[in-house]
Design a protein around this ligand. Structure first.
Ligand code: AMP
Length: 112
């Protein structure tokens, strides 16, 4: 499959990995929008937030269990933002579900 995040998961494209377990992989975003910008993905291909269902929900649960650990490791003790872009209006550019962890500075209040 022609999915860049599946290729990262499979080691076919290099990434700067910050966390990994059986369900979840996290790596630094190649184009960071803040001092800390980490992407957290499920190790199975799920296209977007819209495709979360009972069969793949365990992966999503594991992502949210991993996020506090990833944030702590990244030193985000003052807080951070977790975002997932979904579909065209959400400006999703990579069609593999991912959650952005953004922080390391005071973020803007505005979300859109
Ligand atoms: P989104 O626009 O929500 O789909 O986010 C996709 C994110 O993936 C963007 O922030 C990109 O900078 C990031 N990205 C794309 N290719 C790579 C890559 N090879 N390694 C790390 N991050 C990437």
């Amino acid at each position: 499959m022609d999915c860049i995040f599946c290729m990262i998961r499979d080691g076919k494209i290099p990434s700067n990995k910050v966390f990994e377990n059986d369900y979840v992989l996290a790596f630094n975003d190649v184009n960071p929008q803040a001092p800390v910008h980490i992407l957290v993905i499920p190790k199975i291909h799920v296209e977007s937030c819209d495709k979360i269902n009972a069969e793949n929900a365990d992966y999503v649960k594991e992502i949210f269990l991993a996020i506090p650990q990833i944030a702590a490791k990244a030193g985000l003790d003052k807080g951070y933002r977790v975002i997932t872009n979904c579909g065209e209006h959400g400006c999703q550019s990579v069609k593999h579900l991912h959650f952005h962890i953004i922080g390391g500075t005071q973020l803007a209040e505005k979300m859109c």
